[in-house]
Design a protein. Sequence first.
Length: 299
Amino acid sequence: MAIATKPLNPVDSSFVGEISGVDVKSEDGSDVIEAIETAMDRYAVCVLRGQFLSDDEQIRFSEKLGELSYALNPGRAKGQNARLRHELYDISNLNEGNGILADDDRRRIYREGDRLWHTDRSFVTADTTYSLLSAREVPPVGGDTYFADMRAAYDALSDAMKRKIADLRCEHSVWYSRYLAGAKMEQFRPDEIAGMPGAVQPLVRAHPRTGRKSLVLASHASHIIGWPIEEGRALLKELTESATQPRFVYAHHWSPGELVIWDNRCTMHRGSTFDDKLYRRDMRRTTVQRPQAAPTPAA
């Protein structure tokens, strides 16, 4: 079966595509990877249905798209083993015994930040490229993932705003987004905080493959460097509200076995709520990076 793509979100600037004709468990040719990367350049978010990946299969396929980053998965008790191997980010409400997390488990506090608009790993200096999220088990209601097209959001800005933000840089911190989600710093250990110290990102950057400019926002963006804190945060809030208008957003309702790939260099995303004390949700993410290249500021 030939590889094919089609748009999924019904807007003029569709940024979500479905890729068919690919079985990522068995495909390993360079033509397949090239086709996927070309589709990602066009859409920024791509859905592959019916993949039903094991951990090994997801990791092996992800390594063809870049160098794997490794998950810290904070919130566990000190010395407690992670539920998943370190190549996989645990996007679930499950504990080490695969039961639903207790009401007072610290991982619940940490994962509340995933409900906010964010870009994976914008708080590290490595050039994070694709995230690949595999649906192993999904709740019957809720638990959708929303994506926002930061290229279209940038294009829609006024010329005056584009000039205003062209050279600005922001400090990104995962702990700031957790604060916004209601966490307190004393709920996390010093070694957890030290493991993710933050990074500086341009507010506007050009995609290294396509050259298209996009906004770099998300709840990790704590403040604009060189600006008064509150003034900078007001501008970031204004830009985020503009970038997450319905015309720039797609909501993905998951089915078991799906694999969704998105480009962190030109999208934001967030998870939606579900009854996570009643239903299980087991999602496993791999994320790849190009650590030798810094994010490309817009010219």
